[in-house]
Design a protein around this ligand. Structure first.
Ligand SMILES: O=C([O-])C(=O)C[C@H](O)[C@@H](O)C(=O)[O-]
Ligand SMILES: [Mg+2]
Length: 419
């Protein structure tokens, strides 16, 4: 079975004004849906970023894959690498670390790999999880991913989540998410307010939810000295502290002196970062993400490597749709060493999706692994067309949380190592 055609469709969907260390989410989030069509009539799905420079690379690489055997993943990777050449595509927000050539190749390859696995699963009549060695858990737990946020985008009505700008607002947001999704662990996106305010928010969450694991992620907004202070203040309260300080060196300085493990999706984001991070003992938990670690099989290899070196695993998420949630769930279901709930932005999409309803649902904060062939999800063509039209109308071609924030706070600066 060979690749006949590849279609990459950029889409946009509404996103609330979520605050982070680099600014605030714009009113529209972008993604690209990749459809791989075969000469035997099967179609595979992948999902990736929607920034224009990345989309151009995906389309160029897709042209090189036409005619390829759908089982030839190594060949597909080599063709994508050749298509990317020495180029580096960076994202403006930097929330997943710096760009590099390796990360660019892995990010461009990822949606094709997921789509090819979807096709292989459909051909075999088996879920993608079975192609990855089989599920070791029937459902994948996700965390309630809390954000400080404005009540609504400036100039618009308030959204249904409301404002969360203090501990009370954060606890109310957690209650809403837990009520609606049943989450059994909580992550707070920090790096927005001074560290003492964020410590207060974590303490308020601890009081409100005494039994739930908590994690805090300021996206490297603190110095190592501040990270040590916060780490000590929150001793016994956090399951892990995520990216408190910038860089492998900064994290290593903090790691051995705080009472909880440090996690990252910023200082270790591609293979070349693993040897120095391991040698310096910089991290205890890696948040993997198949969107930039080269798809599902390569992410599973990284998981094995982490196990060898005693690094625990969790999973990172940007704003995403159901094709990605399905892929994340199949992967996470098959990693025996994954002990932490994964991140997902799904609640913030509030029902908007490109996939037909029914295949994915949350039960007690976990997503049961879809049991249909392949990823187990299908495109809702009307929804895809509508979201593509939104992309064409929304006027955003690259995620830029900082410029959007500066429209309302002109002197705003990203908070890297700020406090
Ligand atoms: O560090 C993280 O967990 C993320 O990068 C997740 C997202 O990018 C999040 O921070 C966001 O979308 O603002
Ligand atoms: Mg993070």
């Amino acid at each position: 079975m060979r690749i006949w055609e590849i279609i990459a469709t950029p889409v946009a969907f509404r996103d609330p004004p979520l605050l982070n260390a680099t600014g605030v989410h714009e009113p529209w989030a972008l993604r690209t849906i990749v459809e791989v069509l075969t000469d035997e009539g099967l179609t595979g799905l992948g999902e990736t970023y929607g920034d224009q420079a990345h989309l151009a690379k995906v389309r160029a690489a897709g042209r090189e894959l036409v005619g390829l055997d759908v089982y030839a993943l190594h060949d597909a990777y080599a063709r994508v690498a050749a298509s990317v050449g020495n180029d580096v595509v960076t994202d403006q927000h930097g929330l997943t670390g710096a760009g590099s050539n390796q990360k660019t190749v892995d990010a461009v390859y990822s949606p094709f790999e997921v789509a090819l696995l979807d096709i292989q699963g459909k051909a075999a009549g088996r879920p993608v999880a079975d192609l990855l060695g089989g599920a070791v858990r029937p459902a994948v737990p996700y965390s309630a991913y809390l954000f400080y946020k404005w009540a609504g985008h400036p100039g618009e009505d308030d959204d249904r989540f409301g404002a969360a700008l203090d501990p009370e607002g954060i606890v109310a947001q957690a209650r809403l998410f837990i009520e609606e999704y049943g989450f059994t662990s909580i992550k707070l996106k920090g790096g927005v307010f001074a560290p003492d305010q964020e410590i207060e928010a974590i303490r308020a969450l601890r009081d409100a939810f005494p039994d739930l694991p908590l994690r805090l992620d300021p996206n490297a907004a603190w110095t190592p000295a501040t990270s040590l202070r916060v780490g000590e203040a929150l001793a016994g309260t956090l399951e892990y502290l995520e990216d408190p300080a910038p860089g492998i060196d900064g994290m290593a300085e903090v790691a051995s002196r705080v009472p909880m493990p440090l996690a990252t999706n910023m200082c270790v984001v591609t293979h070349e970062h693993l040897p120095p991070a391991i040698a310096q003992g910089a991290i205890g938990v890696l948040l993997s993400d198949h969107h930039y670690w080269g798809g599902l099989v390569r992410s599973a290899h990284v998981a094995s490597l982490c196990e060898t070196f005693g690094i625990e695993l969790s999973m990172h998420s940007n704003s995403h749709l159901g094709v990605s949630l399905a892929a994340m769930t199949h992967l996470a279901a098959t990693i025996p060493s994954l002990k932490h709930a994964c991140d997902t932005h799904t609640p913030w999409q509030d029902g908007q999706d490109v996939i037909a309803p029914g295949a994915l649902r949350f039960e007690g904060g976990a997503v049961p692994v879809p049991d249909g062939p392949g990823l187990g999800v299908e495109i809702d063509r009307d929804a895809l067309a509508k979201m593509h039209e939104q992309y064409q109308r929304c006027g955003i071609q690259r995620r830029d949380d900082t410029s959007y924030m500066r429209r309302f706070h002109p002197t705003f600066e990203p908070k890297k190592g700020h406090w």
